[in-house]
Design a protein around this ligand. Structure first.
Ligand SMILES: Nc1ncnc2c1ncn2[C@@H]1O[C@H](COP(=O)(O)OP(=O)(O)OP(=O)(O)O)[C@@H](O)[C@H]1O
Length: 307
């Protein structure tokens, strides 16, 4: 049960949204990280069969995306970036409706999902009375209905508080080996504890791909803890890439990613995913579309692609 994509390319008119994106995901969670406009939604829409690529190919469990998409769609649960929930329905009514559309018995699955996602007490309230985070969980529940083998989730953790995020990520991942999940996020720390693999997109190309440990290791030797007087903070932030900062009365403790400028000293520290995410975006882009196959030694040094 594998999701494989090779050379996915998509333009919107003159705008290149994706260029030669390849990925390989087995059971578990693959998190697609990238800044605004890097192509995450475009990639996820293609993987959900909601958008056709201009070039490239994809397959899930051996079934090609270029053939009839309907059998594939029956195996996919999809949470789009934006979803208009019918405000007059209750969460339970909405999930029962979606379950019928998916051709599955609504009960007890819908009610169990509502309980698991902490929505049990809200099951019978109109959706328009739910908070943004609560409504997002209902939208997530519709994707999970029917236990799809492939889950494509665009920013499923946005709007959730910290403890919720870890719990929801565990529900999304499901029992080991049961499903392939591709989700997008802006926030590396949110997925660090729950994702098996990560893919970093920047300007529509893959900048890094691999297990969390492999991607973290790309920034080995590039991260330092630096203490500076508060008076130097503004100048230091101008010339350094900082992943974390703690302010004290007279000094600041910074996590600096990348080479230290002359005059600045620091203690080397083990990179977090956030550090590596900043680092891989800072290294110069590769001139060719990236693929997980056939790269040279130079690429291997920069990128990891063992997902
Ligand atoms: N319908 C469209 N028409 C024209 N350009 C588009 C369209 N949709 C997306 N784009 C452009 O394609 C690029 C990739 O957009 P995409 O939405 O895939 O990025 P993203 O990483 O999901 O961004 P965000 O994190 O802000 O949601 C951006 O430059 C965006 O402006």
């Amino acid at each position: 049960m594998e999701l494989i994509a090779e050379g996915l390319t998509k333009r919107y008119g003159d705008v290149p949204a994706l260029t030669g994106v390849s990925l390989h995901a087995g059971p578990g969670v693959l998190a697609v990280l990238g800044p605004n406009g890097s192509g995450k939604t475009t990639l996820l829409r293609i993987l959900a069969t909601a958008l056709r690529p201009d070039a490239g190919r994809a397959s899930f469990a051996g079934r090609d995306y270029a053939s009839d998409p309907r059998p594939l769609r029956r195996r996919i649960g999809y949470l789009p970036q934006e979803i208009d929930l019918p405000g007059h329905l209750t969460p339970r009514g909405f999930l029962h409706y979606v379950a019928r559309l998916k051709g599955i018995q609504p009960e007890p699955q819908a009610d169990m999902l509502l309980q698991d996602l902490g929505l049990g007490d809200l099951a019978n309230r109109p959706l328009r009375t739910l908070s943004g985070g609560q409504a997002r969980l209902v939208a997530l529940a519709q994707a999970l209905l029917g236990r799809p083998r492939l889950l494509i989730l665009d920013e499923p953790l946005t709007g959730l508080d910290t403890t919720e995020r870890a719990r929801v990520l565990r529900i999304i991942a499901g029992p080991p080996g049961e499903r392939v999940v591709v989700l997008s996020s802006h926030v590396p720390a949110d997925i660090e504890a729950g994702a098996a693999a990560v893919l970093v997109l920047q300007q529509g190309t893959v900048r890094a791909q691999g297990t969390i440990d492999t991607v973290r290791a790309l920034a080995a030797g590039q991260v330092h803890e630096v203490t500076i007087p508060t008076a130097d903070l503004e100048d230091t932030l101008r010339i350094c890439q900082v992943s974390q900062m703690t302010l004290h009365a007279d000094h600041a403790l910074l996590r600096v990613v990348g080479p230290l400028p002359p005059g600045l000293t620091g203690v080397p520290v083990t990179p977090t995913l956030e550090d590596a995410y900043l680092w891989v975006q800072a290294i110069p882009p590769h001139p060719q579309p990236l693929s997980h196959k056939g790269r040279g030694e130079e690429d291997r040094r920069r990128l990891a692609t063992d997902a």
